[in-house]
Design a protein around this ligand. Structure first.
Ligand code: GDP
Length: 440
């Protein structure tokens, strides 16, 4: 996410490195580069220009402040302006009604259905809500099926009406159904078209009028860059939506949409989608995003993600096992699975300051654990519990069962042993420190 932009901006700031103070000339040079970086990230021309003008005014206005180095000062100003560009502060979705009704809008393929599932999952697991998903795409049976599959995965009911081709009625009936069955959030997924057309707009506007939602969200594919921004404008002119969901901000997205949309439609980005999996959803925080863009990482989000995934009870149990030297391959496997649930490994790693840049050209995906998992799955339950059972012939069997080599199996066993030792040492050390009287 944003790797190219981060790198380009860093280069722009280098112009000021070693300069004693900010002058008209070095500021102009730096900002020319900043503007180019923004344009290359597909930020709208006017927005990029206004952005650099504001930064320039602030930088020159702060000339008197000689205490900080100009390079650092420029980073600080750009950082603050990026936050402003993305809306300043985080705006949450409104789920206060009973039921709270959330209407999805957007083009086909933007990720509406996927996001509906992600949001239902988040509201259910993290906010204790009881959502109802509603399939209102009456043109594509496959879309209804897709929502049903998602609903099943997350254990959220899906409302649909076969044979009814009036999405307004379906949506109204769904809200009634939610009231009758004690559901407190209704998420209405609607039909999209490949391009904006009058009928789609009329239809979604009619649904909105009929169900009067607490939130109308516009879902848009960030990879489409400036098109995303233009589409946002057309939908907003028609629907006056409440918030934007930027999807597909994983991978090579240049990020221009994230930086331009707020200025163009004056509506906050509320969530960003960062992958196809149900957990690949981030709450949008302008400040944290600015940190990431400037290569400062996003430790806050990383820690939050870790906290969400790691169950405190489980962690305690694990600690005990480690202390008693009972950590086995089942524990190992469940650790890997927890990490995988946190999302795309490369995106996670890039939340650590400085790491994003280092990993720019490195290919890491979720397959990173595939070999290790295959080896563990090829062990018998007994072997997983008692790794010391795994002798030469067992190693051979495991290697052939997992499609790996004996060397691979040996390597994993060795790593496992070493990490076990290390964990034991750390757990003892921690205990010792915890028990030691304070020296003064
Ligand atoms: P809809 O037509 O608007 O309902 O779009 P879908 O939800 O069917 O999504 C279209 C495609 O985009 C699917 O293949 C999704 O898996 C994929 N997709 C959705 N959100 C994301 C995301 O945040 N990142 C990535 N990489 N793919 C996504």
């Amino acid at each position: 996410m944003f790797e190219n932009l981060s790198e380009r901006l860093e280069k722009s700031f280098k112009i000021l490195k070693g300069q004693g103070k900010i002058t008209e000339i070095n500021v102009a040079e730096t900002l020319k580069e900043v503007r180019r970086s923004l344009l290359d990230a597909d930020v709208n021309y006017k927005i990029a220009k206004e952005f650099t003008n504001t930064v320039k005014e602030k930088a020159l206005g702060m000339n008197v402040l000689t205490a900080v180095k100009p390079g650092q000062m420029m980073v600080k100003i750009v950082h603050d302006e990026l936050i402003q560009l993305m809306g300043g502060t985080h705006v949450d979705i409104n789920i206060k009604g009973n039921p709270a009704v959330i209407l999805m809008s957007g083009l086909q393929g933007s990720g509406k259905t996927t996001f509906s599932g992600k949001l239902a999952n988040l509201l259910k697991t993290k906010r204790g809500k009881h959502p109802l998903l509603v399939a209102c795409d009456v043109y594509r049976p496959a879309a209804i099926e897709q929502l049903k599959v998602l609903g099943e995965q997350i254990g959220v009911p899906v409302y649909s009406e076969e044979g009814n081709n009036d999405p307004v009625k379906i949506a109204l009936n769904a809200v009634k159904e939610a009231r009758a069955t004690g559901k407190d959030v209704v998420i209405v997924d609607t039909a999209g078209r490949l391009a904006i057309d009058e009928q789609m707009m009329n239809e979604i506007a009619a649904i909105k009028k009929a169900i009067d939602p607490e939130e109308t969200l516009f879902v848009v594919d960030a990879m489409t860059g400036q098109d995303a921004v233009n589409t946002a404008k057309e939908f907003n002119d028609r629907l006056n939506f409440d918030g934007v969901i930027l999807t597909k901000l994983d991978g090579d997205t240049r990020g221009g949409a994230a930086l331009s949309i707020r200025t163009v439609v004056s509506k906050p980005i509320k969530f960003v989608g960062t992958g196809e999996k149900l957990e690949a959803l981030d709450v949008f925080h302008p400040e944290r995003m600015a940190d990431r863009i400037l290569g400062m990482g996003d430790i806050v989000s990383l820690v939050e993600k870790a906290q969400e995934q790691f169950d405190a009870e489980e962690a305690k149990k694990l600690q005990k096992k480690i202390a008693k030297n009972q950590f086995n391959f089942n524990d190992f496997l469940s650790q890997i699975q927890q990490i995988k649930k946190m999302g795309n490994i490369k995106d996670l790693a890039s939340m650590i300051p400085g790491v994003g840049k280092a990993l720019k050209d490195v290919d890491i995906d979720d397959d990173a654990f595939k070999g290790v998992e295959a080896i563990i799955y090829s062990m018998t339950p007994e072997e997983r519990e008692n790794p010391e059972l795994i002798n030469g012939s067992r190693r051979k069997r495991i290697a052939s069962g997992s499609g790996t080599t004996i060397q691979d199996v040996n390597r994993l066993l060795k790593q496992f042993d070493e990490s076990k030792k290390m964990m034991r040492m750390l757990s003892k050390g921690g205990k010792m420190m915890g028990n030691a009287p304070m020296k003064r």
